[in-house]
Design a protein around this ligand. Structure first.
Ligand code: ZN
Length: 186
């Protein structure tokens, strides 16, 4: 599984130096190379506690919070103007919240394992959804061949983006593995 690297070789979460068997002694291990206090409880959650990556995660989450507040205010404004009261309102509220949660969880993967969460897969499916919709519309019998061709062609970029996101997740996983192994057992 994705957690294999952490199980195979305990390493310092800040500098990736190997921690040889010292983890068994207790809940915390001080790194012999950089002095970082590695907590056992962190090891289960984080793949890294490198300062720059922690800062990047905080920054990303800050941007997400601002983004969600703006969306929330826009929706309040929309509700104030009686734009969408009705059956669709549950979706109108729920969808941005789900989107926000997904963004948040994606940012969490900057430093955390979260092996249960395939954010790349979820984003790929979301990106492919409009392409699938366009293809379905292209199958409508009343459309002209030209309209079908245009719709089918328009669906292709969505699948391209979906494929790109899927490959990006794989690249991120490789980058993470290389980073962990970069220091190597010394
Ligand atoms: Zn260290």
């Amino acid at each position: 599984m994705r957690n294999r690297t952490s199980r195979r070789r305990p390493y310092c979460l800040r500098c990736y130096a190997p921690l040889k068997g010292e983890l068994r002694k207790g809940a915390r291990t001080i790194c012999p190379r950089c002095g970082f206090v590695n907590l056992k409880v962190d090891r289960a959650v984080f793949w890294t506690k490198e300062r720059r990556l922690l800062e990047l995660e905080s920054l990303a989450k800050g941007v997400i919070v601002v983004f969600m507040v703006v969306i929330g205010l826009l929706m309040l404004w929309g509700a104030g103007n009686k734009m969408s009261f009705g059956l669709g309102q549950g979706w109108a509220v729920g969808f941005p919240i789900l989107f926000g949660v997904l963004l948040w969880e994606t940012a969490s993967k900057i430093t955390r394992w979260k092996p249960y969460l395939r954010v790349g897969l979820v984003w790929s499916i979301l990106a492919a959804a409009p392409g699938i919709g366009l293809l379905l519309v292209a199958m409508l019998p009343e459309l002209s061949p030209l309209a079908r061709a245009v719709l089918a062609a328009t669906s292709l970029p969505w699948f391209g983006v979906a494929f790109g996101i899927w490959r990006l997740e794989a690249a991120c996983a490789r980058w993470r593995a290389r980073r962990i192994l970069a220091q190597g057992p010394s």
